[in-house]
Unconditional design. Structure first.
Length: 252
């Protein structure tokens, strides 16, 4: 499930300056929206899904960012591939197949939409047996029982409230191995006042960079590094997309 990654700055259906903005999130409405969404890469990426360059630029940027993070955290370089990763909000496996299977020996998945999760179990995505356990649940209800070398969370935490986000991050912190890292990649609010923005199309919140950093600190995570995804054509006026690399404060 993905929080409509192709949202642009000019959308008129954002509701800004409400306090608190995340009170508008309705999980039932979100699930209704995604259950009606076709299980295709184009549909996962919203309005820009029909442009092949969109996913290509995103995945290339993610791979480059992860490589930078591993250089900053030398303990992650002891093995060429991570033993176990997890794709949170995996959708139909675009990131799993396009990136995580190349850097992890096994990739678990967390995906609340059964129609999407069912594709994760099928070939060719799982033909080499690199897809591990699939948890058909939302992030707010996912309680990891394993230790992960890499937790990847992209375009999905806009569907959980601020409190649920903090709780999710705390659980992820505890689920990381000693050398584990967590990557969050999300749209960033472009509200002039720096507020979060609500979108009633899929009942999701686009958070500010400031809000993310507050939540990381609250949850006991240290920000290793962060950067804006580059390469998207400016003419589409897309929201900024930012990647964050996190480690537990005691291990950073």
């Amino acid at each position: 499930m993905s929080a409509s990654p192709s949202k642009d700055e000019s959308r008129s259906d954002y509701v800004a300056n409400r306090t608190p903005v995340d009170a508008n999130i309705d999980h039932t409405s979100s699930m209704r929206y995604w259950n009606k969404t076709p299980a295709t890469v184009n549909a996962m990426l919203g309005d820009l899904g029909s442009f092949s360059w969109y996913s290509r630029i995103d995945l290339r940027g993610s791979a480059n960012f992860l490589a930078k993070v591993r250089r900053l955290v030398p303990s992650t370089m002891t093995q060429k591939r991570f033993k176990l990763g997890v794709d949170c909000g995996a959708g139909i496996g675009r990131v799993t197949s396009g990136l995580l299977q190349q850097v992890c020996e096994v990739v678990d998945a967390v995906e609340p939409v059964e129609n999407f999760a069912s594709l994760l179990r099928q070939a060719p995505l799982n033909e080499h047996g690199s897809v591990g356990d699939i948890y058909v649940t939302g992030l707010e209800n996912w309680y990891p029982t394993k230790k992960y070398d890499l937790i990847w969370c992209q375009w999905c935490i806009g569907h959980i409230t601020d409190t649920q986000l903090t709780e999710y991050l705390v659980r992820c912190r505890a689920a990381l191995t000693e050398t584990g890292i967590m990557i969050i990649k999300e749209n960033i609010s472009s509200d002039p006042a720096g507020n979060d923005m609500y979108d009633d199309l899929d009942s999701s919140v686009t958070r500010s960079d400031r809000k993310f950093r507050e939540k990381f600190k609250e949850s006991g995570m240290t920000l290793v590094t962060s950067e804006i995804q580059g390469g998207f054509p400016k003419k589409y006026k897309l929201l900024p997309v930012r990647s964050y690399a996190l480690r537990p404060q005691t291990r950073a």
